[in-house]
Design a protein around this ligand. Structure first.
Ligand code: ACO
Length: 428
């Protein structure tokens, strides 16, 4: 039976078609509302609004479930790897052996950046935040790769996707090297994606550097767990920017800018800084009280999520990785880690956090791992950005090939002055 909903406003009634998704709640199609009833809907923050059709990622926030193309994140984290998940997100299915090999080779062959980009980096102040550098450099890719900016050409869209997935780790590593005054390290195509990134960040020309396979596996997992998360703020930003026909490099730069905020991707940096500020276990109650105080803007970073009202499934996997990495690095009594463990325990038992369904999110643990690996906090969000690039580009490609694509153009509830007449300066 086809479902519909009817809405009466004033003396008119309109039947609204109801669309049933593969999973998740039904969706009311309100597109004809304005035309037939002359009203808008009001939903700041998009808490009840589906902005698009998408077949990429599904989240059940109450169950704490995350599926990419139908596959549970826990299975992918356990059995797959970041590059295979990239293929899955981009093309919709797991690759055959031959497809995987071809994809791996293609991505690997695009890891170098245009040599002139090195000069572009040098225009930034040494103390620039690497996210500021990344917003600029990724946006500037459209000035370096003209042959992949025609969005009407599927081949150019494909090449832009490869370039973005392949070059973002190089760009993030260069932003890091530039900030610490070390020479840029060129990518090495004999290394896998995660090992190559660690190599570009931590090796120096003066001596050999061996990538530890356990750290490479943990890095790969961090990337995999951040690869996509349906219509979050940065992905919606990429889609909105792309809906006007902007080129993919400009759109991804917009996504990076949005991700930077502390309520989104910036939370991993903010979380570790908070743990350090708390400093010792005995100060936790003071910070818990502040988080509960309506008059204090302080929030427990790494807690809460717009969609998850249960444990973030990525956080569970990330926690296991954190234990492995800390064990490997011989970190047992680190004060930041002690604060994190105790904070998690107390918050999960506290009535405020229980009643508001505030659980640790992925950012609560990722910062602990990245810190143990030797990354400064300023690099946490760039690592999130390079990992999420595949999600952004997959969503952008899906949108561009959707025949019903329209420029994103929200309406508003105007609260400014009604029409009034201009008065001459002399008479005001
Ligand atoms: N600490 C204390 N209280 C919180 C927290 C927190 N971290 N998060 C939410 N709350 C409270 C709010 O004060 C609010 O209380 P109220 O109903 O009494 O007013 C209630 O819980 C709901 O919070 P909202 O802000 O309305 O929830 P929203 O869905 O808009 O926000 C968000 C989600 C932004 C993630 C929020 O939980 C937050 O700021 N968390 C800290 C930052 C963070 O960790 N962000 C990472 C998100 S995950 C990611 O981007 C990968």
């Amino acid at each position: 039976m086809t479902k519909s909903a009817s809405l009466t406003f004033g003396d008119k009634t309109v039947d609204l078609p109801v669309r049933s998704p593969t999973a998740g709640p039904d969706v009311l199609d309100i597109r004809k509302l304005y035309g037939e009833l002359d009203v808008f809907t009001y939903d700041p923050g998009f808490t009840s609004t589906a902005s698009c059709d998408s077949a990429i990622t599904f989240i059940d926030g109450d169950k704490g479930e995350l599926l990419h193309r139908g596959y549970p994140i826990e299975q992918l984290a356990e059995q797959s790897c970041f590059l295979e998940v990239c293929y899955l997100l981009l093309y919709g299915d797991l690759p055959s052996k031959a497809q995987m090999e071809e994809f791996r080779t293609t991505v690997t062959r695009h890891t170098m950046v245009h040599e002139q980009m090195h000069n572009f980096f040098r225009g930034f102040r040494r103390d620039a935040h690497p996210m500021a550098t990344m917003v600029g450099v990724v946006g500037a890719m459209s000035a370096f790769y003209h042959d992949s900016t025609d969005i009407t050409d599927p081949h150019q869209r494909e090449v832009a996707s490869f370039r973005l997935i392949a070059k973002l780790p190089t760009i993030a590593a260069m932003a890091y090297k530039y900030a610490i005054g070390q020479p840029f390290v060129y990518p090495r195509n004999d290394l896998d994606y995660a090992s190559n990134f660690l190599h570009m960040c931590f090796s120096v020309p003066a001596e050999p550097y061996e990538v530890n396979p356990i750290l490479a596996k943990a890095m790969d997992r961090i990337m995999l767990l951040h690869a996509d998360h349906e219509q979050n703020a940065s992905t919606s930003t990429v889609r909105l920017a792309g809906s006007s026909g902007a080129n993919p490099f400009a759109c991804i730069a917009a996504g990076i800018a949005c991700l930077w905020g502390p309520a989104h991707g910036g939370a991993n940096q903010a979380c570790l800084e908070m743990l350090r500020e708390i400093g010792s276990v005995d100060r936790i109650p003071e910070f818990i009280e502040r988080a509960k105080d309506k008059n204090d803007p302080f929030r427990l970073m790494g807690f809460g999520h717009r969609v998850y009202k249960n444990f973030d499934p990525r956080a569970k996997v990330m926690k296991e990785s954190a234990d492995e990495v800390l064990e490997l690095m011989g970190i047992h009594n680190n004060p930041t880690l002690q604060v994190a463990k105790e904070l998690e325990r107390i918050a999960l038992e506290d009535e405020y956090f229980i009643s508001k369904k505030l659980y640790p999110n992925v950012d609560f643990y990722s910062g602990i791992i990245l810190d143990a690996m030797g990354f400064p906090t300023a690099m946490f969000t760039p690592i999130f950005a390079l990992s999420r690039t595949v999600g952004w580009i997959s969503q952008w490609k899906e949108m561009i090939s959707d025949p019903s694509l329209k420029i994103g153009r929200p309406r508003q509830l105007y609260t400014g002055p009604a029409r009034r007449d201009y008065t001459d300066l002399e008479t005001r």
